[in-house]
Design a protein around this ligand. Structure first.
Ligand SMILES: *Cc1c(COP(=O)(O)O)cnc(C)c1O
Length: 433
């Protein structure tokens, strides 16, 4: 398996180089040269395999010769050290809870797999490795936790001032050591722009090994396919599930669509966005127009120019029937609908959704009303306790903190405040070398 740049001006590379580079030298995102087709026996036996076997089987062809089989197996096993339960919420809707990892959001899986890959790949290097990450909330915490105390690797996290929840902020700023939090006076899009600029900067690339940990990195992006295998392995209904994915940078849903392409039995995807819906519009009119992002309750999805948009376009190009609508429909959900959904689902079913999962639930509900025989899975991407500000008033009670996360709440906060200015970021990075 090789990976080519979607800008088509760099040479294809193997898994190892693509992970180390993050982004191709021509600025493009990497995409696999061929998408594996799973054998029928694997698909039929999903219900009998455990999550680690499922993860290993899905990732093996993508990793290829870049890792020894036993190293890959160990990386998958330590990545998947928590549960991903599928719970029935209402008559035709189930929730796949992806928030039982250390930072209570679904990005733990991708961040942990990426960190294990990087740890193996940089062992023999003498250049310092710097992981740069722009975060709209959850990525930064997951990456900080995954890399904390890893030798030879420094992590620099850029997050937009005043746009992350107080718990997310604790997760971003509470690690120290090899983790460096930068509060940027600007939007998430500006943070992302700064990271992109760093990757094309000659001076930086000569003195450090820079790599990105945003979902553009194939280790993070592709490992998310495992969720869909795990979802399907727990699905006991006779009809194939519709799956609604709360979407921002579109990494997670694009991974799901790759698994679908490989043969995973799924009825359909729903791309569930908040009012930042440029790709939902693309799905209906095939016009792609990035927009400045708007602030919403589901802040991890406040993205105006989703980085994985180009990957979905590439994947849709490869679909034999060429019919976008056969694979995915898009919905855009307002903050009012999000709040209403959290309230209704809590009152009717005693299940508490976080704002991101509520966006997906709301779209699923809408879709199932139009398709009375279908059933669906909503990906629950964050634990509601991460968003007390937007939830507690709606349900009129406080949310108990899960015991596993209690230590998050008594950490010391440390960060540097920075203007959205590339020269200032560069100076910070040089301080770490
Ligand atoms: C990052 C995030 C999303 C969006 O995922 P993408 O892969 O960027 O589309 C959704 N929900 C939560 C809680 C997130 O942290």
């Amino acid at each position: 398996m090789t990976y080519y740049s979607l800008n088509h001006r760099s040479a294809p590379v193997d898994f190892r180089s693509a992970v180390l580079q993050g982004q191709a030298p021509d600025g493009g995102l990497y995409f696999p040269s061929d998408i594996p087709i799973w054998d029928q026996h694997f698909i039929d036996s999903l219900a009998n395999l455990n999550k680690i076997e499922i993860g290993f089987r899905i990732m093996e062809p993508y990793v290829g010769e870049s890792m020894r089989k036993e190293d890959l197996y160990a990386a998958i096993a330590s990545t998947l050290s928590f549960d991903f339960p599928l719970k029935q919420i209402s008559e035709r809707i189930w929730g796949l809870e992806l928030f039982h990892g250390p930072t209570l959001a679904f990005k733990d899986l991708g961040a942990r797999f990426f960190s294990k890959c990087l740890e193996l790949f940089v062992q023999a290097e003498d250049k310092k490795t710097i992981v740069l990450v722009a975060t709209s909330g959850d990525t930064g915490g997951a990456v900080a936790d995954a890399f904390y105390r890893m030798k030879g690797i420094e992590v620099v996290i850029l997050y937009p001032a005043g746009r992350v929840s107080s718990i997310q902020e604790m997760q971003l700023t509470g690690y120290q050591g090899n983790i460096h939090a930068l509060e940027i006076k600007g939007s998430f899009d500006e943070c992302q722009q700064l990271v992109k600029q760093a990757f094309v900067d000659r001076e930086l690339s000569e003195s450090v090994r820079l790599t990105s940990s945003n979902s553009i990195n194939i280790a993070r992006w592709l490992s998310q396919q495992v969720y869909y295998g795990i979802a399907r392995s727990q699905w006991m209904e006779t009809v194939d599930p519709v799956i609604a994915v709360p979407s921002g940078n579109l990494g997670n849903i694009c991974a799901g669509m790759m698994a679908h392409h490989s043969g995973l039995p799924i009825d359909h995807f729903i791309m569930s966005c908040n009012v930042n819906n440029v790709f939902v519009k693309y799905l209906s009119n095939l016009q792609y127009h990035p927009q400045p992002s708007l602030h919403t309750l589901s802040n991890a999805m406040d993205v105006g120019n989703p980085s994985n948009a180009v990957r979905i376009m590439e994947l849709l190009k490869q679909k034999k029937d060429g019919m976008v609508s056969n694979a995915v429909v898009g919905y855009s959900v307002s903050d009012d609908q999000t709040s209403q959904t959290i309230k209704e689902v809590f009152n009717a079913y005693n299940y508490l959704l976080d704002p991101h999962s509520a966006v997906a639930y709301s779209s699923m509900n809408h879709y199932l009303n139009l398709h009375p025989r279908k059933k669906g899975i909503v990906l629950c991407t964050a634990h509601p306790v991460k968003f007390p500000e937007s939830i507690e008033d709606l349900i009129d009670q406080s949310i108990p903190i899960p015991p596993a996360a209690a230590s998050l709440f008594n950490r010391k906060k440390e960060f540097d405040a920075l203007d959205a200015d590339f020269a200032a970021l560069k100076e910070k990075i040089f301080e770490l070398v």
